[in-house]
Design a protein around this ligand. Structure first.
Ligand code: BYC
Length: 329
């Protein structure tokens, strides 16, 4: 429906831009085509704003919820150095959420509304964080491969069109590259360790592989938002392209460690240079992102508790006279 050619907001086929001023829309699209950034004070179509809020908000939620599965391993990480490193990583992830909430706020949605939409279950967040981190190896696999997937996505999108989101992503990517190295170091340690350690990391990889394949979103055929997001350079690559890029970079590294992946079809087609794989279970993906994964209820319950327990602090910061309010009221 949308190529790079001019699109007419008065054409009933173009529902996503219905009612927009054609001249403003054209100027907006030309700015994007020229590779310039859109800033908060600039004119933007209603749906550009809506899509950005949806995506940045979901991303911010993913960062704070993503801190939970790894966070539970801080006290159990083997050795003081790994405890310190994991604590710093978890702290970074929560910091990423702050950067992203601030970027989304520039589009007019308040942080309070975003948090309320998260804890009420209205907003989505990344599928991967609805699975349990059962062993120390799970935390290693998350830090290596989920952070790797995040970098593939975020590095591409940091070259996108919305200034505040791109600047937040650039900074996040610097920190994620440390996380990836930390995760890789942990996986290598386990994969080259005792028989028990190898078995533990292999088991974690087997369980995390399907959610990792889901992480990049539904196949391009099924994706709802990709077309308009790519036209407006919010997304700089399609879901399937990002998945392919991830497979290209990380499957060889996983195999090099002598680890296997739970997909017999997984191989690179020498002619097309594309990875072939078993189609992920998209019904499971839909269940998980719509609230019915193994840990959704637990994750939201923790966030709800954090929101309630921190309420008096936020109130006291806004109005110090209120600082006598009882905690947990
Ligand atoms: N999980 O039309 P589509 C991290 C939803 S955190 C859940 O293809 P789009 C880390 C999608 O929202 C990094 N939902 O969507 C943190 C849509 O539903 P709605 C997280 C998903 O937006 C702590 C529907 O499916 N990264 O790395 O074009 C510790 C149709 O999909 C998912 C980001 O948030 C999913 N995986 O493309 C360690 C990156 N995939 O909204 C690590 C920013 C799809 O219509 N986001 N859905 O109800 C994006 O790049 C894009 O939003 C996506 C999806 C590629 C994820």
């Amino acid at each position: 429906m949308y190529g790079n050619a001019y699109i007419d907001p008065n054409d009933p086929k173009n529902k996503l831009i219905a009612g927009e001023d054609p001249a403003k829309l054209q100027a907006f699209e030309e700015t994007i085509l020229a590779g310039k950034k859109i800033e908060p004070q600039d004119w933007m179509p209603v749906n550009y704003r809506k899509q950005l809020v949806r995506m940045i908000e979901q991303h911010a939620h993913s960062e704070i919820i993503g801190a939970l599965p790894e966070g539970t391993w801080i006290t159990r990480a083997p050795g003081f150095r790994r405890k310190l490193a994991l604590m710093a990583k978890v702290q970074d992830e929560v910091g990423h959420a702050q950067l992203l909430y601030a970027a989304a706020e520039t589009l007019g949605k308040s942080r309070e509304d975003m948090i309320n939409d998260l804890i009420s279950g209205k907003s989505k967040y990344s599928n991967v964080f609805n699975y349990p981190a059962k062993t120390w190896a799970d935390s290693a696999v998350i830090a290596w491969l989920i952070d790797a997937g995040a970098i593939v996505n975020q590095l591409a999108n940091s070259k996108g069109s919305y200034g505040p989101y791109c600047r937040a992503l650039e900074r996040i990517c610097y920190e994620e590259s440390f996380h990836l190295k930390y995760g890789h170091d942990n996986v290598v340690h386990l994969a080259t360790g005792t028989k028990k350690q190898r078995a533990m990391v292999q088991d974690a990889l087997n369980r995390w592989w399907p959610p990792i394949m889901h992480f990049f979103g539904p196949s391009d055929k099924e994706s709802v938002h990709t077309e308009i997001l790519m036209r407006w350079k919010v997304k700089m690559a399609s879901n399937d392209d990002m998945r392919q890029q991830f497979l290209d970079m990380y499957v060889p590294k996983i195999w090099d460690l002598g680890l296997t992946l739970p997909d017999k079809k997984l191989r690179k087609n020498p002619e097309t240079k594309k990875w072939m794989y078993t189609e992920p279970d998209w019904d499971e993906f839909k269940r998980v992102i719509n609230g019915d994964g193994p840990c959704n209820a637990e994750r939201l319950a923790v966030r709800r508790m954090a929101e309630q327990r921190g309420r008096w602090v936020r109130k006291a910061i806004v109005n110090p006279k209120d600082s006598y309010v009882k905690p947990f009221a």
